[in-house]
Design a protein around this ligand. Structure first.
Ligand code: SF4
Ligand code: SF4
Length: 253
């Protein structure tokens, strides 16, 4: 509507269309910041006016509320991320909000520089948070599905302490070499191929690749229960490669 009506708004924006604001994943926002964007604006349909039963705009709202707290946690100004809800007929509102947001971002300055964060430090913080997105979504899935009716509740959906805890108590998964029977189920089900193993080889989780989805813990057969969840403690070092072969009793005879 803003374009059809020839309404003016800031030209320093890159528009990306998605079918629904609910499609805007936390990973997309972090990627935009990692790629050097100084601000991210998400425009969704008015709350409770979704054409579908999915109400994806609530998902977008919750994701933004979470992301803003994560931004604060890593030292970024959360005002660099904004969400607004409006109908496609509200071109004037859209152009006003975009211009206002553009001015705000200009005032905040370049990402990181405005906050006094070293660029390399910011890059590594964003990379680390991006790697943890699946874990964050699993841990916070209940709150991410909330439907807050009152804007006054927005700021308290996620608290600073909760976010600090989220990152200080990051869960890791570990395969106990004494229990692993090399059934290979976990390696087949791991979504990011983070489990190193093979036939008759004790399986090992590559902690650098692991996105902490917890699938290996779920699928490891109870009779083996070889996968454990570790929180707030260092993960034991992986068993050396030369000691990973399992010699079956039948083969020993
Ligand atoms: S938690 Fe397990 S299944 Fe999930 S990514 Fe890590 S190793 Fe793979
Ligand atoms: S599912 Fe369990 S027993 Fe099977 S390979 Fe993985 S860790 Fe080992």
């Amino acid at each position: 509507m803003a374009g059809v009506s020839r309404l003016q708004y800031t030209t320093e924006t890159k528009l990306m269309r998605v079918m629904c604001s609910g499609r805007v994943d936390l990973a997309f926002v972090l990627r935009a910041f990692s790629n050097g964007m100084d601000g991210v604006f998400i425009g969704g349909c008015r709350l409770n006016e979704c054409n579908y039963i999915t109400h994806g705009n609530y998902d977008a709202l919750n994701m933004v509320l979470l992301c803003r707290k994560i931004m604060e946690h890593i030292g970024l100004n959360p005002e660099r991320l904004r969400i607004e809800f409006m109908s496609s007929a509200e071109g004037i509102l859209f152009s006003e909000v975009m211009s206002e947001f553009g001015n705000k971002v200009k005032e905040l300055g370049p990402l990181g520089k405005g906050e006094g964060i070293d660029q390399n430090e910011l890059k590594s913080k964003l990379a680390e948070i991006s790697r943890l997105v699946p874990y964050i979504k699993v841990v916070k899935n209940e709150k991410l599905a909330s439907r807050l009716k009152n804007p006054e509740e927005y700021d308290n959906l996620f608290t600073k302490d909760e976010i600090d805890r989220l990152f200080s108590e990051v869960i890791s998964y570990y395969i106990d070499p004494e229990k692993c029977q090399a059934c290979m189920i976990c390696a087949k089900r791991c979504p990011v191929e983070a489990i190193v193993g093979g036939k008759n080889l004790i399986h090992v989780i590559d902690q650098e690749k692991c996105i902490k989805c917890g699938t290996c813990l779920e699928v490891c057969p109870p009779k083996f229960s070889a996968v454990t969840k570790i929180s707030g403690e260092p993960v034991p070092p992986p068993i050396p490669e030369e000691k990973r072969t399992i010699v079956r009793k039948s083969k020993e005879r």
